[in-house]
Design a protein around this ligand. Structure first.
Ligand code: M6R
Length: 609
């Protein structure tokens, strides 16, 4: 949830730290801070607001100097958004300085103990408790003090620590919150995400849970919190700079919406042969037998990923003919879920770091499920925890509102369902027909994107309305949920998504004159039923915006506005019907003057419960 960047080397580090922090700002952005070791003393500058506010403050105070330092952008958990609560936190007595991502769950009892020993706290954060604890245990060896402190701690952490008494030494550690270590030439870096490292080095390794790394300019030593040495696997980071830059677009969300044809082609590349009706998913090959015999599929996710999983449920039932459910990971992990033999759990996640999804996956694995991942970030915690999986390959997603990852998730789930279906019931020609349609989707999305100006005009008509409905049935019921989520998270308009048939069981009472109701009304099994639901809304004064199939001119008689999408098989349609909804949400946020890529109260990756 928070962005972490730290550096030790020979260069003046203020600007390179800030540059890295800007790349991570999507992870959290309510306050920011920096600390360097300046002439043997730790110097901290911090402020509420964005990295830009920190830059202003640094200019006011004449900047910080030093060749070792750390910086942080925060998404508040414990303690409000105030400057004292911003990171870094220090223990002045020992000269310890620390930044942290995660939650120290036993911070209250540790704080009481530390107060009894005379420590005085200036913030309400759990992080300051950890800084003081390390200070309390410090006896001239920072690495040992960090290890000892972490043995006392419960909760999640990705931390970087330095100490005035050990110039040129940074110590980082991780449990639950991701940290990457960048290995440079005469310099080392730590960041919560590889995108902050890539302009300095492409050689990096991920810290594992309960691991600690001690870094100097010249080298590093990795161990566990019990001081058992470990040898990390240094790998090449495969991030292209252009994929994390705006490249002419106004916002990352806009760029990522428009990137969908290209990202989807990447998702598909080499993964099926249309003429043979064959799906090739190398990541599943080792478990082909178990998957063919699967008796039940449980898909787990949160937010947008859950909506993709809900579509996955229809795909599994229709194409693989296997009973399937999709669940909030946060609910699943605390139920007493029954996992029978033959259960396959699929974690759906862009980041591969969502705390609830990770925990739910572990729960399913502990109960005997085979664990698959449908994940974007290569090498993420979840990707490493699963038994098998299929990467999305949509490239880094920076916009907090997930767009291209959703389409990638639905695409991968459809390929997995076809892959399983072919091994169970589906014939080559049936599969080939579907694959032919799948292959065309990037071009269809291009056609929808070409109608962007019309979508903006329609959005303008309704942008001042405070309550919207999104309604769909079957495959496009989850699309309705996703459309509503997109609108609310970036434009702060109240939006409800639901199955269209549910309206008359209560929510129809909400309809009043001029209320926008977006119907996903493409051709499909329940088209006529959706038409009836549209009539019900119109009869009560609602204004209908229909997402409809090209050629369906008659729908103009039932809707104030129509946004057309190409005619494709219903099972694949959410990959196209979502696109106008993404663009509507984007335009609504821009028209209302909101910061599209950094919506209030949100962060890209939710690594706390
Ligand atoms: O990284 P994940 O896909 O696991 O994230 C899950 C949700 O937090 C995420 O989809 C969230 O709902 C997005 N902000 C939606 O746009």
């Amino acid at each position: 949830m928070c962005g972490i960047v730290a550096y030790v080397g020979t260069k003046q580090c203020q600007n390179l730290l800030l540059e890295g922090l800007k790349r991570l700002e999507y992870r959290g952005y309510d306050s920011a801070g920096i600390a360097t070791l300046e002439n043997g003393r730790i110097r901290v500058v911090k402020t509420v607001g964005r990295v830009a506010n920190l830059e202003d403050k640094l200019e006011e105070v004449g900047g910080v100097t030093g060749t070792m330092g750390m910086c942080h952008t925060r998404w508040a958990t414990h303690g409000g958004v105030t400057t004292p609560n911003a990171h870094p936190h220090t223990d002045d007595k020992s000269g310890i300085c620390l930044i942290h991502n995660g939650i120290i769950e036993n911070y209250a009892s540790l704080k009481t103990l530390l107060e009894e020993k005379g420590h005085r706290f200036v913030s309400q954060t759990d992080t300051e408790v950890l800084a003081m604890l390390i200070g309390e245990l410090y006896e001239g060896d920072l690495e040992a003090a960090v290890q000892a402190a972490l043995r006392e701690v419960t909760g999640a952490y990705g931390i970087v620590v330095m100490c005035e008494k050990e110039p040129g030494v940074l110590v980082a550690a991780r449990k639950g919150s991701p940290l990457m270590v960048g290995v440079g030439d005469g310099e080392h870096l730590v960041a919560s995400d590889g995108s902050a490292l890539i302009s300095h080095t492409s050689r990096a390794f991920a810290l594992e849970d309960y691991q600690v790394v001690k870094l100097t300019a010249e080298g590093f030593r990795t161990s566990t919190i019990h001081n058992v040495p470990v040898t990390p696997k240094v790998q090449q980071l495969e991030i292209e700079l252009e994929s994390i830059e705006l490249g002419g677009y106004s916002h990352f969300m806009q760029k990522e919406i428009f990137e969908q044809p290209k990202s989807l082609r990447n998702t598909f590349r080499g993964r099926f042969v249309v003429e043979e009706g064959r799906v090739i998913l190398g990541g599943l090959a080792d478990h082909a037998k178990d998957l063919t015999k699967a008796r039940r599929v449980v898909m787990l996710g949160q937010g947008t990923a859950l909506h993709a999983a809900m579509i996955g449920r229809y795909l599994m039932e229709d194409l693989a003919k296997v009973p399937a459910v999709a669940e909030f990971a946060s609910e699943f992990r605390y139920r007493n879920p029954i996992i029978e033999e033959g259960t396959v759990a699929i974690a759906v996640s862009q980041s591969g770091e969502t705390a609830d999804t990770l925990a739910a996956l572990s729960e399913a694995q502990d109960r005997g499920a085979l664990a698959l991942g449908v994940i974007n970030v290569v090498g993420s915690t979840m990707a490493r925890q699963t038994d098998a999986g299929v990467y999305l390959r949509v490239g880094p997603e920076i916009g907090v509102a997930s767009t291209k990852a959703f389409v990638g998730q639905v695409a991968v789930l459809s390929m997995i369902a076809m892959w399983m279906g072919r091994r169970r019931y589906m014939g080559a020609s049936e599969c080939g027909d579907l694959l032919r349609a799948l292959e065309q989707i990037p071009s269809h999305i291009e056609r929808i994107l070409a109608t962007d100006a019309q979508i903006r005009r329609v959005t303008e008509k309704y942008v001042d309305r405070e309550n919207w409905l999104f309604l769909g049935r079957g495959y496009n019921y989850p699309t309705a949920l996703e459309g509503a989520l997109k609108l609310k998270e970036i434009s702060y308009i109240h939006a409800e998504g639901m199955p269209a048939a549910e309206m008359k069981h209560g929510p129809i009472a909400l309809i009043n004159e001029g209320m926008p109701a977006v119907f996903i009304a493409n051709k499909g099994r329940q088209y006529e039923k959706v038409m009836s639901n549209i009539q019900e809304v119109r009869a009560r004064g609602g204004h209908v915006i229909a997402v409809a199939t090209e050629g369906d001119e008659s729908i103009r008689n039932y809707a104030e506005d129509v946004l057309f999408v190409p005619d494709i098989p219903e099972a694949l349609s959410p990959m196209t019907t979502i696109v106008p909804l993404q663009l509507m949400a984007y335009h609504a946020a821009v028209l209302r003057g909101h910061d599209v890529d950094k919506p209030r109260n949100l962060a890209k990756s939710v690594t706390v419960e």
